[in-house]
Design a protein around this ligand. Sequence first.
Ligand SMILES: *Cc1c(COP(=O)(O)O)cnc(C)c1O
Length: 369
Amino acid sequence: MGGRLPIRGLTRLPPYPTPQGMGAACLTIDLDAVRANWSALDAMSDASVETAAVIKADAYGLGAMQVGKVLFDAGVKGFFVALAEEGRALRRVLGDAPTIYVFSGHMDGDTDVLLDARLTPFLNSPEHVTRHFAKTPGHPFGIQLDTGMNRLGMEPADWDALKSDLLDAGPTLVVSHLACADEPDHPMNTQQLRSFQDMTDGIPVRRSLAATGGALLGPAYHFDLVRPGIGLYGGLPFVDAAHTLRVDVPVIQTRTVRPFETVGYGNSWTAKVETTVATVAAGYADGLIRAMGPNAVLFAGETPCPVIGRVSMDLITVDVSGLDDVPETLEIIGPHRQVDDVAEAAGTIGYEILTSLGARYDRRYLGAV
Ligand SMILES: *Cc1c(COP(=O)(O)O)cnc(C)c1O
């Protein structure tokens, strides 16, 4: 070892190859469904309330450029990303018109990107405020307030101290974020609502408190702008969302396993009866995480086929004994099993499954613009 890593050179390496052949699992993303989910969420608030779109983390793994373009064409005027670089990529695709907000704020090193791509950062702390006014005076900004989640945003005391200067400088939006909005009866919701009102009632600036969960809590939470993310992509807590995803995994090999034979790493599954096992071409490297193993089910048409043995990096073994004919592919996410079902099998949330889907799929978009 020794010597310095060629970090700069790394950024010039070619991208990982996009799968072309029949061997890769196919991830189908229905952009019409994304658009329908946005419209359904938009219809939940008054016409005076703007419905924006959160497309951070590559639109939760679905593809920020594709999702951004479809939603922009559908009339979305405001987009939220986590990082300035995400905003720059989006600006290139969407052009000048939309407002692109950056949750992480104005970090050291972001200044040029914020200026070049005309991004609106949220000032999250006094440090952000100082940096923003020193480096980009006159550049648009929003303010993120902490109303109890203690994750990101200005504390009430800092806000009190800086409020009049900040308001003089003309922020375009003031936001806060709910910690428990997926549980409608949680007392934290009303507590944060009250705290947000205490901090912002009467200010001449547009306000936003609701993500997907908040949008579903009703008009008291909507203020001037709602900013759903997960609901656009068909995830809970938006139970009535249209399904946006389908993952079909090719069967590479089938074999018959006799009683007492085992399947997969660690011999974790032992056949009790003669079993037909299909090995399919996707695994935890594709976001189908190991933890879902014994609880997961794939589908061949209407027939469920349980996962047996451990999920490997690139392969999953499935009991297809119930099938007369083994099809070329099995469905792991689709009409029968949605992202939240897979998440539940793995003991996690839909957000994590979506953002873990990975780059190795043969991606197909339906309803692309
Ligand atoms: C991610 C995020 C959202 C979107 O949340 P969803 O639950 O996906 O709708 C909104 N606001 C902030 C501050 C976020 O970090």
